[in-house]
Write a protein that binds this ligand. Structure first.
Ligand SMILES: Nc1ncnc2c1ncn2[C@@H]1O[C@H](COP(=O)(O)OP(=O)(O)OP(=O)(O)O)[C@@H](O)[C@H]1O
Ligand SMILES: [Mg+2]
Length: 142
């Protein structure tokens, strides 16, 4: 487990960029944290590392954004999803097996179907500009 303290939006992007070195095709990153915690900023950093040129935003009307970088990046936001059925309905299983990396905001909604092999990234708001970021891996090696 690693713990980081981010003092700015840019620093969280930077942590995401560094963290991305640990990802491989098929990796799943489960992101946890309140609205505005910084999940999408962290995702932006990961996307930078994979040289994604598209604009990275929380998918608002779509549940999934697929980006094209040095490997496919599936950015999934489950905030509006009601139940597991709906999650499977968007093709979650296919995304997680598509040979890219899957970055899932509001991953707590995957309760019961969350793959065991994954990274958990938990972001907590400390104050206006400070965030605590905890990274845990079940992928071994750290
Ligand atoms: N240290 C920090 N790290 C990340 N974001 C920060 C930090 N300090 C302030 N912020 C601000 O917090 C907000 C984080 O927004 P972001 O969209 O990343 O949150 P989110 O966790 O994805 O929320 P949502 O659940 O609504 O998608 C931004 O407005 C950003 O400028
Ligand atoms: Mg977001």
């Amino acid at each position: 487990m690693e713990r980081y303290v981010s003092k700015s939006e840019g620093e969280t992007v930077h942590f995401g960029h560094e963290f991305a070195k640990r990802l491989r095709p098929g990796s799943l990153v489960a992101l946890y944290g309140d609205l505005g915690a910084g999940k999408t900023q962290f995702v932006k950093g990961i996307c930078d590392a994979f040289k994604v040129n598209e604009v990275v935003n929380s998918p608002t009307f779509t549940i999934v954004n697929e980006y094209h970088g040095t490997m496919p990046v599936f950015h999934i936001d489950l905030y509006r999803i009601k139940d597991i059925e709906e999650i499977l309905g968007i093709g979650f299983d296919e995304y997680s097996e598509a040979g890219g990396v899957c970055l899932v905001e509001w991953a707590e909604k995957l309760d019961g179907i969350i793959p065991e092999m994954r990274f958990d990234v938990k972001i907590t708001v400390v104050d206006d500009t400070t965030r605590e970021i905890i990274v845990e891996s079940s992928e071994g090696g750290d």
